[in-house]
Ligand binder design. Structure first.
Ligand SMILES: *Cc1c(COP(=O)(O)O)cnc(C)c1O
Length: 654
């Protein structure tokens, strides 16, 4: 199911002497994946450039401070509404520019597919920023269409309806036509066409019809099944011809307004985009010649985002092209085919969701502890020989003491065998718990020694290559992977993870990250690092009593909406940040949206919080009656139970 990213040979844990803030920005590759929106300032904090550079700068640690002052718990989603606006502008201007440069004979009418992020504030912001370009919306279900009909009131902007449709869905689309909106019903399967024509007739409106073509060009990457002969949606070539016949028989050819295709999300290769556009443009030209006056050519979604920041190199979370190249190739290829076929150039539509929303939000979480294998204290203690040690302990000491760079693979084998021997002896009852502990600590001492020798070296004995990863610290972060980054769990999608502060200090710990669910899948062990991907991430040593904050970036597309309530960790607190040049910190928090309370997630799985409270109260009352609990304590325990119920589902202060 999961397709692992390739592994690079990136090295980990830096020598403090070589460290600098520039080195940090390079190591966490902010300029690679950040699309110009993120960098590190002289304090070593991650900063956001919501309107690009130069422009206002928001220090993420100032945002963290605000979150703390307002007592909003972590994890917290931070949305930069200006980043969203900037992306809407970028895609529209990229098309505008390409169209002008190539003297293309029509316009761009983009739509935002709301499934990518349905949140009202996100959709509103996109519509507002897109208004000058008549940017529209796409809906794939009745629920989404209800939203879109309410939100998209621009009579020139498109509303595109994809997905399988029942009668209500079709009637809703026609209601939009009654309102004078450009609502286009995309026919995904042939039977929808006569159905739509009949309902339109009944309601006395002219439908706007789109035809989805099942292209043979297939995407590469994780969504390649969205196209090709066996895809779920769209009409095959014989079905398209059948559709033309149905339209002609009903004398409704003039209602055919749009040709649609969608090759898959996060297209990693520009070649696939070109192939699909060429194939689609030919289909458009042929349909035009058959008498359908199609005006819009809809290339669907798929514009990818470079989460890794490496400009591909085979990573499916990366892409080998830029937005400008994508746009230029579409405009150029449609124009070329139209010229060749002698048909008019259609308006171009794209349904880019990921590319518009991915950058605008991140989630900030606190690291609240670590799991360390063979801690410094344990190793130091085990290193002091005791009188009358059992033979197995003495032999382990001997192996550790005689390890050299040359014999390290051999020493590792010997030590692993010795550890196993100690375990067998323990099981037979001839080795005590303390002695077994010493053997294990000595084993980890050896492993740490080998990992230190291996650090930064490219050619390593095979047996010891992964030891560094094995003894990485597990940093415990206050979040649920299943709620906040489900795509990492479902198909190994990578998201940049970066400390929000302390960038001026060398990160000295090799780590992996675990979440707070009880699920062993709730972990991250693939990271973006320099110009590659690695199984561990270098982070800073935790300081007692001092919070350490990580940001997981580029979570604005799909993650919010697909998150689930594993372990009853609910929706996360959220703030919306806007640029404000007048403010000394360049920003203000426009909105705070509290995450789910425990009460709320419990109701969703059919528990009645009041009933649970009554049950616990009854049990407490009983204990009070028996004299086991003082009445006053009983009341305060009741209050405590109730206050936890009304609180946040994530970890609070410790
Ligand atoms: C999901 C989807 C999109 C959005 O794709 P992105 O890759 O996020 O831009 C667009 N159109 C259709 C039909 C989709 O199913």
């Amino acid at each position: 199911m999961s397709i692992p990213e390739q592994r690079s040979d990136a090295t980990t844990a830096m020598a403090p002497a070589d460290w600098s803030i520039d080195r940090a920005a390079q190591y966490y590759n902010l300029s690679g994946w950040g699309a110009g929106f993120f960098s590190v300032n002289e304090k070593g904090h991650v900063v956001v450039h919501p309107m690009g550079q130069p422009g206002p700068v928001i220090d993420l640690m100032d945002v963290v401070e605000d979150i703390r002052e307002r007592n909003i718990g972590f994890p917290c989603v931070v949305r930069f509404q200006d980043v969203l606006r900037a992306r809407v502008k970028q895609i529209n201007e990229a098309f505008g520019k390409a169209i002008a440069e190539m003297s293309y004979g029509a316009r761009y009418y983009g739509v935002f597919p709301v499934k990518v992020n349905q949140m009202r504030e996100v959709v509103e912001e996109i519509l507002d920023a897109g208004a000058p370009y008549h940017y529209g919306l796409e809906a794939g279900s009745k629920g989404e269409l209800l939203v879109v009909l309410g939100m998209n009131a621009d009579p020139e902007a498109l509303t595109i309806c994809n997905g399988y449709k029942d009668e209500e869905f079709l009637r809703l689309a026609l209601l939009g036509r009654k309102l004078g909106r450009k609502v286009i019903v995309v026919i995904e399967k042939l039977s929808e066409l006569p159905h739509l024509l009949r309902l339109a007739d009944e309601l006395g409106v002219e439908p706007m019809i789109g035809l989805r073509s099942k292209l043979t060009t297939r995407g590469t990457g994780k969504w390649e099944g969205s196209s090709g002969d066996f895809a779920k949606f769209g009409l095959t070539v014989p079905e398209l011809i059948h559709a033309v016949r149905i339209l002609k028989e009903a004398r409704k050819e003039h209602c055919a307004k749009l040709l649609h295709f969608h090759v898959g999300s996060q297209l990693t290769e520009i070649r696939v985009v070109k192939d699909a556009v060429n194939e689609g443009a030919r289909v458009y030209a042929k349909l035009r010649k058959m008498g359908l006056p199609i005006e819009y050519f809809d290339v669907g979604g798929g514009l990818g985002v470079d989460y890794v920041g490496t400009h591909s190199n085979g990573y499916t979370s990366s892409v080998n092209y830029t937005m400008d190249e994508y746009v230029g190739d579409i405009v150029y290829n449609v124009q070329r085919v139209c010229m060749n076929e002698g048909v008019p150039e259609p308006h171009i539509v794209s349904e880019s969701g990921r590319a518009v929303t991915a950058h605008h939000s991140c989630i900030i979480m606190n690291v609240f502890g670590q799991i360390e294998i063979g801690s410094v204290e344990e190793i130091a203690q085990a290193s002091i020989p005791q009188p009358n040690e059992p033979k197995v302990v003495r032999e382990m000491r001997e192996i550790v003491a005689s390890m050299t760079p040359r014999n390290r693979a051999e020493a590792y084998h010997d030590a692993a065998a010795k550890k196993e021997e100690a375990l067998q002896m323990f099981k037979l009852g001839i080795l005590g718990l303390e002695e077994r502990a010493v053997v294990e600590s000595l084993f980890w001492k050896l492993v740490r020694g080998i990992a230190d020798l291996n650090r930064g070296k490219k050619r390593l004995p095979r047996e010891t290559k992964d030891l560094g990863d094995k003894i990485a610290d597990q940093y415990m972060a206050n979040f649920s992977l299943f709620q906040s980054a489900p795509d990492h769990w479902a198909f190994d999608q990578l998201f940049p993870i970066v400390p929000v502060h302390r960038m001026g200090e060398a990160p000295t710990r090799d780590t992996t990250i675990v979440d707070i669910t009880c699920d062993s899948d709730g972990k991250i062990d693939r990271f973006i690092e320099g110009d590659g991907v690695d199984e561990t991430l270098s982070l800073h040593a935790l300081r007692p009593g001092e919070p350490y904050y990580l940001g997981m970036f580029m979570t604005g597309a799909y993650q919010d909406i697909m998150g689930d309530m594993h372990n009853l960790f609910g929706r996360v607190n959220e703030i919306h940040v806007f640029v404000d040049d007048e403010d000394p910190e360049d920003f203000y928090i426009e909105e705070v949206i509290p995450g789910d309370t425990i009460e709320k997630v419990l109701s969703r799985v059919q528990y009645e919080p009041a009933d649970l409270f009554r049950r616990v109260k009854t049990a407490l009352d009983q204990k009070v009656k028996e004299g086991a609990i003082r009445p006053k304590e009983g009341v305060s325990l009741q209050d405590f139970y109730e206050s936890v119920m009304k609180g946040y589902t994530y970890l609070g202060g410790v």
